[in-house]
Design a binder for this molecule. Sequence first.
Ligand code: NAD
Ligand code: NAD
Lengths: 207, 207
Amino acid sequence: EIPDATVARLPEYLRTLSRLAEDGVPSVSSEELAAAVGVRSAQLRKDLSHLGSYGVRGVGYDVETLALEISRALGLTEDWPVAIVGMGNLGHALASYSGFVTKGFRIVALFDDDPALVGERVVDIAIRPLAELDDKHAVDPISIGVIATPAQAAQAVCDRLVGAGISSILNFAPAVLSVPAGVDVRRVDLSTELQILAFHAQRKALA
Amino acid sequence: EIPDATVARLPEYLRTLSRLAEDGVPSVSSEELAAAVGVRSAQLRKDLSHLGSYGVRGVGYDVETLALEISRALGLTEDWPVAIVGMGNLGHALASYSGFVTKGFRIVALFDDDPALVGERVVDIAIRPLAELDDKHAVDPISIGVIATPAQAAQAVCDRLVGAGISSILNFAPAVLSVPAGVDVRRVDLSTELQILAFHAQRKALA
Ligand SMILES: NC(=O)c1ccc[n+]([C@@H]2O[C@H](COP(=O)([O-])OP(=O)(O)OC[C@H]3O[C@@H](n4cnc5c(N)ncnc54)[C@H](O)[C@@H]3O)[C@@H](O)[C@H]2O)c1
Ligand SMILES: NC(=O)c1ccc[n+]([C@@H]2O[C@H](COP(=O)([O-])OP(=O)(O)OC[C@H]3O[C@@H](n4cnc5c(N)ncnc54)[C@H](O)[C@@H]3O)[C@@H](O)[C@H]2O)c1
């Protein structure tokens, strides 16, 4: 059983490893990889031991091998079809973000209830009304639903996604969603990052 | 010295406490608060002890008091003027996100180099060319810069912000920024959340 805190760090390790691989770096020490992500090297070794990944004393980890082991543990070697509901400003930014495609997340459907948006093509996919979710899911099954609607629409949209059989949801709307057991919801709040910056800025000012 | 991992969890505790306060709940046990955030209660007690916040055995924590202690530790009782550079899809979504204002982050300036966007008003602030950064910062000092430009413009924009004296940067562009010592950069990668969802979805499928 891999602890949640470890799972949350794996994408960070992978991002650093991908950069090293792009730069042609063959191996990396646990100290170096830990420093790049901002954890202690003992924590990194403990995290990676959950995957059965061990470095070689004095040499460290092989970059390509470790990146593949983490990708496999995260399920990134598979195909993850994603649907975005709510194609306003945020939906448009998410649909065209290159960072999704490079990790195996394939945008397959875009939904919005605004008739003025229906039919518009973004990343070569036509925006459809949410009423067409079941038809689309039947043809090209959706693994992950992303909610980028206003808060008051979020629960109803979530119910539609869960009703269609989608059990992984990424929610951007500032609303707490209630879901049945077996459905995973992750909530993104970009103000969290600003709060961490504020913490460090305040400490700098006080120092 | 508060560990980074603790700092990263404080906004989560605060979000749950704010919800409890809205619902008029007077106190919360460490088990209950820990479960809402997804950590063990021993970890929560350890995190809060760094702030000098202790619960009362058998009663737990006072919701209002703990929320204020965390807000103060994060510096949220102060005013944090924020500037956004890059007013495309993401910039528009960030500028109008209500989740910033409620935590004390005040959007004071919006910049974009596209002449077609300059002059447009978003949340009643006019988009200005980045060349006007120094004038704006002199009149209404900016604490945090948010970069929502394409990757290839990100380093140059970062240099402009740092050159103006801004030492806290939130970067959305998929580019690694190099900054002088004393400048904090936090990077947001929304694919991280999708990877964590993929991890849990894969385990459900294998179970
Ligand atoms: N969590 C964060 O950090 C963060 C950051 C920015 C924005 N947001 C949130 O993301 C959401 C979207 O923000 P935005 O700036 O893109 O808003 P927006 O108004 O530009 O877009 C919302 C879109 O949702 C559509 N919509 C509304 N109800 C719908 C329904 N029932 N079914 C399908 N589509 C529906 C609208 O037609 C619109 O196109 C908001 O809730 C905002 O608060 C969150
Ligand atoms: N990190 C994440 O999770 C995430 C998610 C979505 C998008 N993004 C990234 O955010 C960025 C913005 O995405 P978008 O969809 O809003 O793109 P966009 O093309 O809609 O907007 C980019 C804006 O930046 C402006 N710009 C370009 N160069 C500039 C400069 N030198 N100075 C000032 N403004 C400049 C453009 O005029 C444009 O308005 C992209 O880099 C994208 O990859 C990141």
